[in-house]
Design a protein around this ligand. Structure first.
Ligand SMILES: [Zn+2]
Length: 194
């Protein structure tokens, strides 16, 4: 009963004013927005490894940290962070050993069939109507390529200011070590740098 545990803890948390050390405003102190993966190993490790505290950054997460569509919700969050929440830099942070790099769309669909959620016939009907579920479920085959593709998408978005650096990094989910893939400062057109 995780929910009950959560609610019980929450009661004490609020009563004992344990929230006080976390008080912050919605404008990120470090003026940055991070896109990363929902991997459970990164819940605390990612902010600790980057020295991010409550109120420091906007953090957007999904499976694989993938920006799959220029007009999807991740890109909307980045644009909102830049224009409405004063974010001045974007950090795309993938990680080694990401589940989305070994994603198995066929296997996922088979699990849905095995659980009785869909029938193979229903899947076939979807396919005929142009819905490519395997493509939709697919993550990436290489984390560095995925990060670079995300950066391209953000940098070339029609609503993204060209003077916003978009950095790419890979984090190790065991040690928190960061490897720099793209230094966004170097990619800003000459004459637009601060
Ligand atoms: Zn991941």
């Amino acid at each position: 009963m995780i929910l009950h545990e959560i609610l019980q803890h929450n009661d004490c948390f609020v009563k004992n004013e344990e929230y006080v050390p976390y008080e912050a405003t919605k404008i990120p102190k470090k003026r940055m927005v991070v896109v990363s993966c929902m991997d459970a190993r990164l819940v605390e490790l990612l902010p600790k490894a980057l020295n991010l505290h409550n109120g420091d950054a906007k953090i957007i997460k999904n499976a694989g940290g993938i920006i799959s569509h220029p007009f999807g919700s991740i890109m909307r969050s980045i644009v909102t962070a830049v224009y409405e929440l004063s974010a001045e830099e974007v950090y795309i942070i993938g990680h080694h050993g990401c589940g989305m790099s070994q994603s198995n769309p066929k296997g996922t669909l088979q699990k849905a069939i095995d659980r009785g959620v869909v029938t193979p016939e229903a899947l076939q009907t979807l396919e005929y109507t142009g819905v490519d579920l395997e493509k939709w479920l697919f993550g990436f085959s290489n984390v560095v390529d995925s990060i670079k593709a995300n950066i391209d998408l953000v940098r070339n978005h029609p609503l993204m200011p060209k003077d916003v650096p978009v950095h790419g990094l890979v984090i190790a989910p065991d040690t928190g070590k960061l490897d720099l893939i793209v230094d966004g400062y170097k990619e800003i057109p000459v004459g637009m740098k601060n």
